[in-house]
Structure formats: C-alpha cells, structure tokens
Write a protein that binds this ligand. Sequence first.
Ligand SMILES: *Cc1c(COP(=O)(O)O)cnc(C)c1O
Length: 419
Amino acid sequence: MELEKSKRLYEEAVGLLPGGVSSPVRAFKPYPFYTVKAEGSKIYDADGNSYIDYCMAYGPLILGHANKKVREAIAEQLERGWLYGTPIEMEIKYAKLIRRHFPSIEMLRFVNTGSEATMAALRVARGFTGKNKIVKVEGSFHGAHDAVLVKAGSGATTHGIPNSAGVPQDFVNNTLQVPFNDVEALADLLEKNDDIAALILEPVMGNSALILPEKGYLKEVRNITAENDVLLIFDEVITGFRVSLGGAQEYYGVKPDLTTLGKIAGGGLPIGIFGGRKEIMETVAPAGNVYQAGTFSGNPLSLTAGYTTVKFIEENRVLERVNKLSERLAEGIRNVLEDKRVECEVGSIASMFCIYFGSQPTNYAEALQLDKEAYMNFFWNMLENGVFLPPSQYETCFMSYAHSEEDINKTVEAVSDSL
Ligand SMILES: *Cc1c(COP(=O)(O)O)cnc(C)c1O
C-alpha cells in the first residue's frame, strides 16, 4: 500500500500542529493517512487508496459520508446565509423534534460540541443543587475540559494520559470516580458524601472500547441517585439517535435528569446539546443565573444538518437497517474468530461494535487489560485490506446507512486475512 503523500504531509504537519493533528486520536503511528474525499461508506486518501470506513468520524455519520439529503439541506441554507447571531425558527422546530424522541428533555440549549454540552450540564447541575462535587465513571469520556479529564477514556487513554497535566488538583478533588457496572461502589460513595451535585455517565460506554451496561445496572443507578438527591446526567453524545431514536434512555427505559447530545445531532457539522427537566434548565441564563453562551450556538448550518439527519433517520427506517447490518457483520466476525481460535471477542449493540483483543470488558480496569498493540497490528492489516477501523482499541466501530451487504462481506474477508 502506497502512503507516500500522506507521509510527507504528516512530516510537514508535525512542525505546525502538536503531534501533527487537530485531535489526538487521529495521530496513529507511524503516520495517519490524509483524506481528500469521502462518500457513502468509503473514505479516500491522498495516495489514491480507498477504505470502507467504520470509524465514521467517531460517530456522527450514521447516514454515511456526504448524504445527499443533508448536503442539499445545507446548500439550501447556505444560500440564505450561514450565521446570523439572532434566533431562528429552526431552533424551535428542532427542539420539538428532540423532545418528541427524548421526553426527559423538556427544555434544552444548543451549543457547539459535546465537550461544551457536558461542561455546561455539570455547571447547571452544580448551580441547581448548590453542591460542588461530581461523580464520573472510570474510563468514560465526556470531552476535553478540566472537570472530566480524570481517568478519561478515548484519546486520553490511548495516549496514556487519562489524567491530563494542567488540570488543577482542586478540580480533581471535586471529580469523584466509580467503576462502571458497580452498583455498590456508587451507593457507597453517594452515601458517604453529601456534597455531590451529579453523576455523569455514558449509559453505553463507547470511549474505552465498547462496554455495555449489565442487566438492571442503569435502573439501579437511577434509583440510587434519586435516593441521594444527586442529579443523573446521561451523556448520550454517541448513543443519542443511534442506540435508538430516543437514545440509551429509551432503549433501557431509564429517565435521567439531564442529557447531553452531540455527534449525530449535528448531522456531521459541529453541535452539542444539553437539556432536561424544565426546573433545572430554567436556571440557565438568561432565564436563570447559571451562565452559558456562544457565538456559534444554534447556528443555522448545524441545526439544519442535524434536523435533516434526524428526520431522515425517522423516515427511512435507518436504525433498522444499520442494526441489521451491524449484527450481520458481528456474526461474520464471530465465525471467523471461531475458525482462527484467536483470543478475540466481538461486542455489539445496535450499530456500535468492537473487536476486543482479549475478553469483552465490563469496566475500565478490564478494558486496560486488552492487548492494544495487537489491536494496532490488526488495524494496519485491515487498512492494507481496504478497511478503516478506529485507530485505537479504545474506540468503537460504527455502522452507517451507506454500508452495503458487499461491504460487510469484504470486511469479514479482510478480518480473516488480517488476523
Ligand atoms: C465525543 C464525545 C464527547 C465530546 O464531544 P465533542 O463534540 O468531541 O466535544 C462527549 N461525550 C461523549 C460520550 C463522546 O463520545
């Protein structure tokens, strides 16, 4: 496989951008490929290679790359301008659509990234409760801001910096941790502390490999947080509109106090959303005294792309299709694994799946036992075979509406060859 142009571009980028990239997970060794275009299920690099893409920009692209309907909607909005700094009707239209699928989100605010959404949701939780501490789950990832960069997943774990430098000890002291799928640890922590504003978690963990909640876990979490007057925040930046249209909260039948959305919600353009119970959200300025603001918040392009994407998912049975394709691929890979007798497992839910080099983890400590070097060897073999997986054991693969049966068959063959 020829990667000369990508190599040269990367060598130049390293002198201009830290690590050569604009976000850490993109910097896989020895150098990443440079993308020149993407369409449907395929991504094309500067050296003329093409790959079936299961990274899908880390989650937003459930319709695949460059979906025609979304492109047309964006183009139509472009004609009318792309930033006003005033309210637009689409805010109301999209808010109603979101609330229809997420009944727990009675009121919401549009922001620009998932990081911004979790940062604001935590501030709102503190403002509303008057309490200082928050609890997160070990290995969960809620974006790259101070309060949550403690035992953080995603690129922070991939690059061995789950506790980032530059985060003051005072912040760390206010961020407590519990292991995922451990009801007792949570109950214990909440009972011993009366200064906890909120628990934030990914109901399905997608940033420390893929980790599924055990049966009844999320319901127990809801009970324990309610009993202790601690707000429950579901970070559904990945799972929203994917695990089901109403996210993991619909899938598992659990109602959080606050929810964060992003990724799919922007249809491929930058977005974040936080929302929840009306009485909590009414503390947000200018309705209340918790400050939050943004020049690009609720911008017409992101809202149009997001709204069009969610409508498309509704109207085209998108989830049915991607879930079926994902299940078929997971099955195909499982069959290969049995034949090869390698120590790998496959986990999946809806259109999220993960190939584990080791046993399927139930929490972060177990995820850290996975063989990430073996995964990276496999990743490169897959790339040589024309398949782009996320470049880390600690990320999740995503199926899109644009993938075909043929893609699935080719991928299963590629897995067989690569192993
Ligand atoms: C990606 C992600 C975020 C951060 O979203 P950005 O738009 O990258 O800031 C937050 N939470 C979860 C669960 C995510 O997967």
